[in-house]
Design a binder for this molecule. Structure first.
Ligand SMILES: [Zn+2]
Length: 132
C-alpha cells in the first residue's frame, strides 16, 4: 500500500504546487508558501485556504486526504457504498477513488440531478462532505 500512498502524496503535492502558482499570480506576495499552509491546517489557515481554493480543488484535496486517511485506517480500496473491493486497475487510475465504478456512476448520476455544478470558485458552500 505504500506506493499508492506515495502516489497520493505526490498528487497532493502537484495540486498544492498548482494552487501556489496560481495564487502567486492572483495575490502576489501574500501567499508565500501555500505548502506550509496546507501542511498545518489550523482554523485560521483553513479560512485562508477557503479563499484561495476553488470548490473543485477543495474537493479533490479532500478526497486525496481522505484516501490517505483510509490507508492509515486500513479501509482503503473498499467501496464506501457497497463495500466491495475496488479493482486495483481503477485505483491506479483514480487512487483516491472512494467508490467502485458502479456506485460512482450511480452517485454521479444522482448528483447531477440533484444540483447543477456551480461555477468554479463562486459557490462557497461545500457539497456536504467537507464539513468537520
Ligand atoms: Zn460500490
Amino acid at each position: 500500500m505504500k506506493s499508492i500512498k506515495d502516489m497520493l502524496l505526490r498528487m497532493r503535492e502537484d495540486l498544492v504546487r498548482e494552487i501556489a502558482r496560481r495564487s502567486k499570480v492572483s495575490t502576489e506576495g501574500v501567499m508565500t508558501d501555500i505548502g506550509d499552509i496546507l501542511d498545518s491546517v489550523t482554523e485560521e489557515r483553513t479560512r485562508e485556504l477557503d479563499m484561495i481554493l476553488t470548490d473543485r480543488e477543495k474537493k479533490k484535496l479532500g478526497r486525496i486526504d481522505d484516501a490517505i486517511d483510509r490507508i492509515e485506517d486500513g479501509t482503503y480500496g473498499l467501496c464506501d457504498e457497497c463495500s466491495i473491493k475496488i479493482p486495483k486497475g481503477r485505483l491506479k487510475v483514480v487512487p483516491f477513488a472512494k467508490y467502485c465504478v458502479e456506485c460512482q456512476e450511480k452517485l454521479e448520476r444522482e448528483e447531477k440531478y440533484m444540483r447543477e455544478e456551480p461555477e468554479e470558485g463562486i459557490k462557497k458552500v461545500p457539497a456536504g462532505e467537507v464539513e468537520e
